[in-house]
Design a protein around this ligand. Structure first.
Ligand SMILES: N[C@@H](CCC[C@H](N)C(=O)O)C(=O)O
Length: 279
């Protein structure tokens, strides 16, 4: 049976979007998602995202399979793409509609802006080791600037969950980090029982950070929305960043704020349609 899809990207973090509104079960299996994401033998993408019916009073449910077939709790760039995709399905692309989206990380609220950007209320960051999860500290303690040995070197890491796990290291020069080599070693380190996303951050100014990411289940990507949010929170916790900053990723910039008022994290960035087809 043919499956209709639309390809979107958020700063080059690219996804295959599927209109799954008529069923609560994803239209493809994790194994099929791996094939669809293949950049040589498939459509190509960092993940497959499903727009499913809402749950518990929400407008829609988002589920996502990474390009390795694993299912993460949340995806920041993906939820901006999902919001634009849904707006197009509903014929509301040119409005400032806000959606309430059920995810495995809780309810997220993306709002479309007229300039084409999408602002997402990403909720509260989770900071306790047991919530991330990591065994780097006792379950009821935060993991801020603690040593972690990877690839024969000690790294000072801060861990933050945006629903999905992130391990952040501040470095002098992000370009000098051998991401392809050390990324998998962070991802699969025994202190992260559910694996981890890994971000390296260079502070240009306290309101301008450069980031490179190794994503759990997807490897090196051009951008990671939850990673940018987690990194800004890590920057505030370590005194490296203001509460509001531009995060420059290989695919472009995201604006992130950890609000002093409600302690929630807000992310603003683009989401663009690439093409549509069927497989
Ligand atoms: N690229 C995403 C994150 C996708 C999920 C991640 N790979 C994980 O397994 O947690 C983003 O923009 O947040």
């Amino acid at each position: 049976m043919a499956i209709e899809f639309t390809k979107y990207h958020g700063l080059g973090n690219d996804f295959i979007l599927i209109d799954n509104r008529s069923s609560s079960d994803p239209a493809v299996t994790p194994e099929q998602a791996v094939k669809l994401c293949d950049r040589h033998f498939g459509i190509g993408g960092d993940g497959v995202i499903f727009a499913l019916p809402g749950q518990d009073g929400t407008d829609y449910t988002m589920r996502i399979f990474n390009s390795d077939g694993s299912e993460p709790e949340m995806c920041g760039n993906g939820i901006r793409c999902l919001a634009r995709f849904i707006a197009e399905l509903e014929g509301r692309s040119d409005s400032t509609v806000e959606y309430r989206i059920h995810t495995l990380a809780g309810v997220m609220k993306p709002q479309l802006r007229l300039d084409g950007q999408v602002t997402v209320d990403m909720g509260l960051p989770r900071l306790l080791a047991g919530e991330i999860p990591t065994t780097l500290a006792p379950a009821d303690q935060k993991v801020i600037d603690l040593p972690l040995s990877v690839a024969g070197k000690s790294w000072q890491v801060t861990c933050v969950s945006m629903g999905n796990p992130h391990c952040i290291t501040f470095v002098e020069d992000v370009a000098a980090i051998p991401l392809e080599n050390i990324g998998p070693q962070f991802e699969h380190h025994s202190v992260f029982p559910q694996r981890t996303n890994t971000e390296f951050i260079q502070v240009v100014r306290k309101d301008y950070l450069k980031m490179r990411v190794w994503e759990r289940g997807a490897g090196i990507t051009l951008a990671c929305g939850t990673g940018a949010c987690a990194s800004l929170v890590a920057g505030v916790l370590t005194g490296m960043s203001d509460r509001k900053a531009t995060i420059e990723l290989p695919g472009g910039p995201l604006e992130i704020e950890w609000s002093e008022l409600d302690q929630r994290v807000y992310m603003t960035g683009p989401a663009e349609k690439v093409f549509a087809g069927s497989v």
